[in-house]
Write a protein that binds this ligand. Structure first.
Ligand code: HSE
Length: 431
């Protein structure tokens, strides 16, 4: 049986998961793929650090170019994360004629275009199934059998850490900081969890999905992004009363005017299939013009689920090499759509504000919304919900409006002094 040698750049959470998944399933892989995959060398810049897997020390090197320039290594899996030096190593590996597999959403979101071009120029494959949705095979699924569709909308729960935190806050009323620590201990969160909780990780993943599904290059920094750090228990319980769950949602939609996109905490009707996605699970929900609604569900974080997606790409490539099959160097990411990029579009919104408890205030606020042509679907005021006797929390859900117009109305409400603070504004997914 032919042996295909692989080099791993990194042996952190994802690298260890990839190594372990291969150890666990080696015999089955050989039987079904007819090829022996060997992880021959591993970049480990901290050989003294304790790792989750037991690797023979001779496989370790501190020099990435010992892997990139090794003539026996045909596939390189980049699992170190971060934009640099990962992008440079991947580019050099592609130039050296190696196939590259990566889990690196940040590098792909920013440099995917150049890396994909390098792969095509050098007639090698660049595969990145693990970069979005961890173990969920979303990339290869939408790029391959579903290529017959034009996609109209995508909704993603794309971060295990934040979904885990929101689930525990919703189910047990747990404290944000405690749940975050728990997620870090389980290996879901990045070393610096800012990227997770501020939505940056999700913006990277949405940027990749947008080029895959809609053929546009929207850099993560150009995606309107709000994380989960200001979500309070009170909004979670009001949302529950209104029949919604709050999830951090990546959303993009083709509209007659152009492509809209955002990453933000969103109220999902409890009946929506995405509302049932809990803990570190991720899901991607797409609407195609031929296939209609599809949902992909699985573990979006953690060493083994992510490692399994990395390994899947490695095995696919190894299989092509072993069979002498033509390499599939067709680009997965597309950047040629002329559709205008609009950012946040129109939606229904949930709003919580603190208002002075005086006759006529609710009427003034409702008239300001009406002046901006914003209709109110639901309104709630309960004096007992606030410990200050002179003010009350007011909760509104409005009908579909442009976010820009809503902001104008809210600024006016605040400037006129009807509300002392606007405490929360969140998108509501209507279907
Ligand atoms: N920190 C990420 C998450 C890992 O929590 O989903 C996968 O990108």
């Amino acid at each position: 049986m032919k042996t295909i040698k692989v080099g791993l750049l990194g042996i952190g959470n994802v690298g260890s998961g990839t190594y372990l998944a291969l150890e666990m399933n080696c015999a089955a892989i050989e039987k079904s793929a007819g090829v022996h995959v060997e992880i021959a060398k591993i970049l480990n810049r901290r050989p003294e650090a304790k790792r989750a897997v037991d690797v023979p020390r001779e496989k370790y090197t501190a020099d990435p170019y010992e892997i990139i320039n090794d003539p026996e290594i045909q596939i390189i899996a980049e699992v170190m994360g971060g934009i640099e030096p990962a992008t440079t190593y991947m580019a050099d590996a592609l130039k050296a004629g190696k196939h590259v597999v990566t889990a690196n959403k940040a590098a792909l979101a920013v440099n995917g275009k150049q890396l994909q071009q390098l792969a095509m120029d050098n007639h090698v494959m660049l595969r990145f199934e693990a970069s979005v949705g961890g173990g969920i095979p979303i990339i290869n699924a939408v790029a391959d059998p579903l290529v017959s569709n034009q996609y109209d909308e995508v909704l993603g729960i794309l971060n295990g850490t934040t979904n885990y935190i929101l689930t525990k806050m919703t189910e047990n009323g747990a404290d944000y900081a405690d749940v975050l620590r728990d997620a870090q201990a389980k290996g879901f969160a990045e070393a610096d969890p800012t990227g997770d909780v501020e939505g940056i990780d999700v913006a990277n993943k949405l940027s990749i999905l947008i080029s895959l599904l809609f053929g546009k290059r929207i850099l993560p920094q150009d995606i309107p992004t709000t994380g989960i750090t200001s979500i309070s228990g009170i909004d979670i319980s009001y949302a529950t009363e209104f029949g919604y769950k709050i999830k951090l949602i990546a959303h993009a939609q083709r509209t007659p005017e152009g492509l809209t996109y955002s990453v933000e905490p969103t109220l999902l009707p409890v009946s929506h299939p995405m509302a049932a996605v809990s803990n570190e699970f991720n899901a991607v929900f797409v609407r195609g013009n031929a296939v209609d609604e599809l949902m992909f569900y699985g573990k979006g974080a953690g060493p083994l689920p992510t490692g399994s997606a990395v390994l899947g790409d490695i095995i696919d490539i190894a299989n092509c090499i072993a069979k002498g099959a033509a390499f599939d160097v067709q680009p997965l990411l597309h950047y040629d759509s002329k559709m205008p990029s609009l950012g946040e579009g129109s939606a229904q919104y949930y709003m919580r504000m603190t208002a002075i408890d005086r006759p006529g205030i609710l009427g003034h606020i409702a008239s300001t919304f009406a002046k901006h042509d914003i209709g109110l679907q639901s309104v709630m005021q309960r004096a007992g919900d606030n410990d200050r006797k002179t003010s009350v929390p007011l909760i509104f859900i409005c009908y579909t409006t442009e976010r820009r117009i809503l902001n104008e109305a809210l600024n006016e409400i605040r400037a006129d002094g009807y509300a002392t603070s606007i405490d929360a504004v969140m998108r509501v997914q209507d279907r």
